[in-house]
Design a protein around this ligand. Sequence first.
Ligand code: PGA
Length: 241
Amino acid sequence: MLLVANWKMNGSLDLLLQMHKILLAQSYPQIETVLCPPFIYLPAAQGLFSGSHIAYGAQDVSDQDYGAYTGQICAKMLSQLACDYVIIGHSERRQYCGETDILIAHKCVRALDAGLIPILCVGENLAQKQHGQAQTIILAQVQTVLDSLPADKVSRLVIAYEPIWAIGTGQAADPRLANEVHSWIRAIAPKSRILYGGSVNADNIRAFLSQPNIDGALIGGAALKPDVLMQMISAANEINK
Ligand code: PGA
């Protein structure tokens, strides 16, 4: 089971230290936990979590290698910081930074080439859901990336289904419906781990993780509180699948 904490543009060095204190006090070996703080905290994460059971990663990566790309960070830089994971194509980047499926696919290729595990985010918005377009949209988002990856690396790709209407709204998807979406994704990406994200919290996480096609969670707001994150890790451990 994989739990990923997406801090977005939140947090501080102090929060990282609090996480270190709480998360290292107890270990649940079958639950892989990944912290994704803003880029500038990654060197500190490396110092605190290297060699521990807590992994860390970035929230984005460039689709380019080294070069004249002001403000960007390339995958090789992230691997020098011993990041294991990188979130790619989050809906906030698609919306605010104009990221397209093809750009996102290139980012996934760069990440895999540098030895990182991409966490590809996909999901429909409310209008697409209401117009019955969710399946087409989601599968197209996944397929564009699958088509770009070398066959031997496809199994490393992690996919996070995050319905946009559920992100940060407190209105999580119905776990059974999320499971159904995961089964669509599973049909075209059978080797990928598939996470659910969107208003996951300590109260609803069990319902998601109990679903057969849900392999973990991508958690935003609720993962900013170390004790709540710990509760979610412990809940995941109880399900232990
Ligand atoms: P949320 O965010 O848990 O705060 O809804 C999830 C995400 O955007 O990854």
